[in-house]
Design a protein around this ligand. Structure first.
Ligand code: NAG
Ligand code: NAG
Length: 421
């Protein structure tokens, strides 16, 4: 009897214990149920008035953009995302809101119980939600049954880059957002009023980011999903700052070209000096040109910078060619002079010599002094020498041509690079 009483007592104690132990668990389960009714199926899109597409407001704050990688044609982005939509099935009890509040913020775990829009970045290589001990995301419920999901993410976004106008290139990198499975009759994406904002502290190493960013809402027929999808696009416009290249490339190469012109003032007696100067200029430019190739991956087309360097090299090469021509003309001139003196000697001697000396004279003159007039007398009777004239004119022609080249190059480059988009 006593034994059975003890047994009953023990049994009832464990029952009560169990009941108390169960209590907090069942309460935990009940909590979302007060917000989510029994018929809530989280896999099903929230119903809308007359089956209209569900509107999703999307906004984004870009915190950081870094590693604009020309090699892989992508860049890395850190951002806050906000998506907002209305779920009319929610039954939010009054107790949930704190006094005077229009909304309640819930941790990201609660989001798992809700229907979620399946948005994705079309052209991203990697997307991750930032985490420390937990995911940086939260859900906010409003009294009017609006759900807002926010998260801090980082993404690596692919961008098709073009370098024709390098180093004054402008890269337009679109970022597209689309629903994966709901077409535009089921879901419509909209930029929220805030749209896309870029943190004002953001500084990029070589680029300047043009603000405000251009936003677009499109309906696009996608072949792979065979349907019309609502798509949001934000165009990031990166303008490369030329400052770095102005100091590193344009200024030194211009100086080298100017240096090569000094050779026109050096007399032909200083042959080693003139040759050294010109060849050094040429080698400097070629080395500079090769050094530039490490900045940017090899592309199949000609870049604006290549054109510049090519012209600089052509200018120095022309100066070197001019020197060779002048040197050859000088040799001929000297030979011609020598021959002429011999002739003068001969003509002064002819009256005393035999008549057949005259026959020798004619072919000699045409063969050595050549078809080109190597020297002539001007109006004042001074002798002008052809190679000296070439040098003299080069002093004007070379800088003029270079100036004309610059006058075409810079306006075209600046005009063309700003015309895109
Ligand atoms: C619901 O309320 C929030 C906050 O007041 C507001 O931002 C949102 O636009 C409202 N939604 C609708 C559909 O009125
Ligand atoms: C997509 O939209 C175009 C024009 O708006 C329409 O002609 C086409 O039938 C639509 N396609 C689908 C699959 O709804």
């Amino acid at each position: 009897m006593i034994v059975s009483l003890i047994l009953i007592f023990l049994f009832s104690v464990t029952c009560i214990k169990n009941a108390f132990g169960m209590l907090p668990k069942s309460k935990q389960h009940q909590k979302p149920k007060t917000i989510l009714p029994d018929y809530y199926v989280k896999e099903v899109r929230p119903p809308t008035f007359k089956g209209k597409p569900l509107e999703i407001d999307f906004s984004m704050t870009v915190v950081d953009i870094n590693s604009i990688n020309v090699e892989d044609m992508d860049f890395r982005m850190d951002m806050f995302l906000k998506q907002q939509w209305q779920d009319s099935r929610l039954r939010i009890p009054e107790e949930v809101f704190e006094y005077g509040d229009e909304y309640v913020t819930l941790p990201s775990q609660f989001f798992e119980n809700l229907w979620q829009p399946d948005l994705y970045f079309l052209n991203s290589k990697v997307v991750e939600i930032a985490t420390l001990t937990h995911k940086f995301s939260s859900v906010t419920l409003y009294r009017n049954k609006t759900v807002r999901y926010s998260a801090r993410m980082h993404a690596i976004v692919a961008c098709q880059m073009e370098f024709q106008y390098y180093p004054m290139d402008i890269q337009i990198c679109p970022l597209s957002i689309e629903s994966f499975s709901y077409d535009n009759s089921k879901m419509r994406l909209k930029w929220a009023d805030a749209g896309v904002t870029v943190s004002p502290e953001l500084k990029l190493l070589q680029y300047h980011i043009r603000q405000p960013l251009q936003l677009a809402e499109k309906d696009i027929y996608t072949n792979e999903k065979s349907g019309n999808f609502s798509r949001l696009v934000v165009y990031f416009r990166f303008e490369r700052q030329i400052g770095h290249h102005l100091i590193q490339t344009f200024a030194p190469s211009t100086l080298v070209v100017v240096l090569s012109w000094f050779s026109f003032w050096l007399s032909l007696d200083a042959v080693p000096g003139r040759v050294t100067l010109l060849v050094t200029c040429l080698l400097t430019l070629v080395t500079m040109f090769t050094g530039l190739r490490t900045d940017i991956p090899p592309v199949a087309y000609v870049k604006a910078l290549d054109l510049w360097m090519a012209f600089c090299i052509v200018f120095v090469f022309s100066a070197l060619s001019e020197f060779v021509i002048v040197k050859v003309l000088d040799e001929r001139y000297k030979a011609c002079k020598k021959q002429e003196q011999a002739q003068i000697l001969e003509t002064t001697l002819t009256p005393w010599c035999s008549a057949n000396a005259k026959i020798k004279k004619k072919p000699m003159r045409t063969s050595n002094c050549g078809l080109i007039k190597l020297y002539w007398k001007n109006k004042l009777g001074h002798e002008t020498i052809l190679w000296c004239e070439i040098d003299r004119y080069s002093r004007i022609i070379f800088p003029t041509l270079f100036l004309i080249f610059m006058l075409f190059y810079w306006p075209l480059l600046i005009f063309k690079s700003t015309i895109i988009f």
